[in-house]
Design a protein around this ligand. Structure first.
Ligand SMILES: [Zn+2]
Length: 322
């Protein structure tokens, strides 16, 4: 072998080695980028999701898995809208629990028949217990929780016989159209120290409950200024459980349930998600998934806690804790 050929061969060797090193560098760089992107998910906490692909392209589903939900589940959860136009679909299995059996103390319960959805029991108890601790008042009465279709029918018939159909419709929902069917509503009353039942007005010492209820996931469902939308007159005694970040947002934005459920539809999965921080400084990401006919594939995060609820009309709302 001549010296020239030897030089040429070693040059080839060097070139080959250089190309190899370059390839390894590029591949390693890519792998690092992918690993980094996967670890962070589609967006880091607090980062707006506006950089996600628009609806025209397929949404980025890294960090999400899919849950298959039935049409039945559209009518379940703490964000279902129920009113005279959107009736409740009664489930086959009950999630109701007795308030009397589960209460800790500091307030009263009308009787052992007062029931609420199991998800709402803890927050309701915490709110009424904290009210008692804050004010020393122990006269609040958990008056009316879950109602059957027939019970609501009787209530309406009684009211109609008292005040006529037009006036009755402002106060008592038609059977099927009452939030009380859901188990997520509670009417409060006052049982004073003389054993007399009084109306709960949310005034005086009781304003503590109406002003702080959002911290426990409740809203005063029928505000005075929203009666043209809700179709129901002001009811300071009627509390609806919607979950913490939603109660905070509804209160802060001054939105009633009808407005809020509509508002959430703009935050479709894969587009801009709603990012909020509640009064406890906890950050949430909220998005909406439109229901399909039959079952719906709802993306949910793989590594972050979340809650899921139907809206009782046309889609699902996913609330992710950051
Ligand atoms: Zn009520």
């Amino acid at each position: 072998m001549s010296a020239d050929r030897k030089t040429i061969r070693s040059s080839y060797g060097l070139l080959l080695a250089a190309v190899l090193v370059l390839c390894i560098t590029v591949v390693a760089g890519c792998a690092f980028y992918w690993a980094d992107a996967a670890a962070n998910g589609p967006a880091a906490p607090g980062q707006a999701l506006s950089n996600l692909p628009s609806a025209a392209s397929a949404p980025d589903t890294a960090g999400y898995t899919f849950r298959t939900l039935s049409g039945e589940e559209l009518h379940r959860g703490h964000l279902i809208l129920v009113n005279a136009q959107v009736p409740y679909r009664f489930p086959e299995t009950s999630r109701l629990v007795g308030v009397y059996e589960h209460k800790s103390g500091g307030y009263k319960v009308k009787d052992r028949n007062v029931q609420v959805d199991e998800e709402m029991m803890g927050p309701l108890d915490a709110m009424l217990r904290d009210f008692h601790e804050a004010t020393g008042d122990g006269d609040v009465l958990a008056l009316s929780g879950f109602r059957t279709y027939d019970y609501q029918k009787t209530l309406l018939a009684n009211k109609v016989s008292q005040v006529g159909a037009t006036e009755a419709s402002k106060w008592v929902a038609p059977p099927g159209g009452s939030e009380h069917h859901t188990g997520y509503a509670m009417d409060l009353g006052i049982l004073n120290r003389f054993g007399r039942l009084e109306d709960y007005t949310g005034e005086g010492v009781y304003s503590w409950i109406n002003q702080n209820c959002y911290k426990y996931g409740f809203v005063v469902r029928y505000a005075e200024e929203k009666s043209s939308i809700t179709g129901v007159s002001y009811e300071p005694w009627h509390f609806r459980y919607v979950g913490k970040p939603h109660a905070y947002l509804m209160t802060q934005q001054g939105m009633c349930m009808e407005e809020y459920i509509d508002y959430l539809k703009q935050f479709a999965f894969g587009e801009t998600h709603l990012q909020i921080e509640d009064s406890d400084g906890v950050r949430y990401e909220i998005y909406y998934v439109k229901a399909e006919t039959g079952t719906t594939q709802v993306p949910v995060p793989t590594d972050r806690p979340y809650t899921l609820s139907g809206n009782n009309t046309d889609g699902f709302i996913v609330t992710v804790e950051q």
